[in-house]
Design a binder for this molecule. Structure first.
Ligand SMILES: NC(=O)c1ccc[n+]([C@@H]2O[C@H](COP(=O)([O-])OP(=O)(O)OC[C@H]3O[C@@H](n4cnc5c(N)ncnc54)[C@H](OP(=O)(O)O)[C@@H]3O)[C@@H](O)[C@H]2O)c1
Length: 357
């Protein structure tokens, strides 16, 4: 594959499918060769819009298309397990949108399938592929702020999201946590690893999805991460990491930063800014490039977005949902956590904090 363009298939035709396809079209070493939708009409319209040669009215045909190197799964999260599973079973490499799945059980199934088949699988956690986030991670790993003690991050959107929106629909894995909270949780995972304990509180909608959630994660080394997400308020979307010898502040849009400031104790603040050569701040090109680099190198997993990290994030999301009582249809329990203790019973009839919106 070293000299060839990587041939992409797009599974679904919604907002992210269009955004990602538009970014791929700008990459000279990428080619979008097929799209699949639940309906032929939508697949054809999408194919026409982006000049894609093959349009399928079902997912199976895309999964079986031997002339596709990698499939980008962009359905709502409740369908990630089914869509990605179909592609992996057929031997396709897969980039799957975030959150990876509804829960860690589904995530483990996909990871096991990919490892069994020896095919590439990655969560589309584009934040991890952002050059400035990679720079920040390298600084923290090099001890620029000493030992990390405290991390704060939030992601909130004002909406309003009407009850019919997928963000409010339990059947589509709705709620702030899985859609937006996955960023603060993944950011904490990047810098601190998996928490030892998780506590959380949420305000739930009448449908039973979380409108806003606050989580406090604690780590064996003594660090704390305070995280928040919301679909009812446009919070600052900032992050900060404080260590024993300094602090890093990332302004709004921390998941795709334009800049961040490093405060080393006793020194002038240093500002790090995005390199204009890296392209637009909000872009899925970095993750697409990482997928293509890994495929050309014959890797089945990206070191930037490792599957074990994705599984750890899913365990943490499960633990948070367990604490606040959010369950999706068909789930009996969300408690798949290791070393993460519950602060109230998991009985569905147990009291929970509910404020109808
Ligand atoms: N990386 C990011 O920055 C980012 C941003 C937003 C969202 N996301 C993630 O991307 C995924 C898609 O989000 P989106 O905003 O693109 O959603 P969307 O605009 O609603 O599109 C989702 C598409 O999936 C298909 N679909 C809809 N309902 C489905 C169902 N019940 N079962 C199977 N397929 C269904 C539809 O395509 P067809 O009609 O063609 O089947 C639909 O157009 C979500 O997991 C979300 O968390 C990522």
């Amino acid at each position: 594959m070293a000299e060839q363009r990587v041939r992409w298939g797009i599974l679904a035709t919604g907002g992210m499918a269009a955004t990602f396809t538009a970014d791929l079209v700008d990459l000279p070493d990428a080619e979008v060769v097929a799209v699949a939708s639940r309906t032929e009409a939508s697949a054809k319209a999408f194919a026409e819009r982006f000049g894609i040669p093959r349009a399928y009215g079902d997912w199976e045909s895309l999964a079986r298309d031997e002339d596709v190197d990698v499939v980008y799964v962009a359905t709502p999260h409740a369908s990630h397990r089914a869509a990605a599973g179909l592609c992996l079973t057929a031997g396709r490499n897969v980039l799957c949108e975030k959150p990876f799945t509804l829960n860690v059980r589904e995530a483990e199934e996909l990871v096991a399938l990919a490892r069994e088949r020896g095919v590439f699988l990655m969560e589309a956690m584009w934040m991890y592929c952002n050059p400035l986030v990679r720079r920040l991670k390298a600084l923290v790993d090099d001890g620029a702020i000493g030992e990390v003690r405290t991390l704060q991050a939030d992601f909130g959107l004002a909406g309003p999201f009407p009850p019919a929106h997928r963000l409010r629909d339990p059947a589509q894995g709705g709620g702030a946590l899985l859609d937006l909270g996955v960023y603060p949780v993944s950011f904490a995972q990047l810098l601190l690893g998996e928490p030892a304990e998780v506590t959380a509180r949420a305000v739930l909608s009448p449908e039973g999805v979380d409108l806003q959630t606050g989580a406090l994660l604690s780590y064996d080394g003594g660090a704390l991460a305070s995280l928040h997400c919301s679909i009812t308020g446009g919070t600052p979307n900032t992050a900060s990491v404080t260590g024993s010898e300094g602090r890093i502040d990332i302004p709004g849009g921390f998941f795709a930063p334009e800049r961040f400031v490093l405060h080393r104790d006793g020194r002038d603040p240093e500002e790090f800014t995005a390199d204009p050569a890296d392209g637009p701040r909000v872009s899925l090109r970095h993750e697409a490039r990482e997928v293509m680099r890994a495929l050309r190198a014959g890797e089945t997993e990206s070191p930037l977005v490792p599957l074990d990290g994705t599984l750890a994030v899913m365990r943490t999301l499960d633990a948070i949902r367990d604490r606040v009582g959010v369950r999706y249809p068909g789930e009996h329990t969300t408690a798949h956590t290791t070393g993460q203790t519950a602060d109230h019973p998991t009985d569905p009839s147990a009291p929970r904090e509910v404020t109808p919106a």
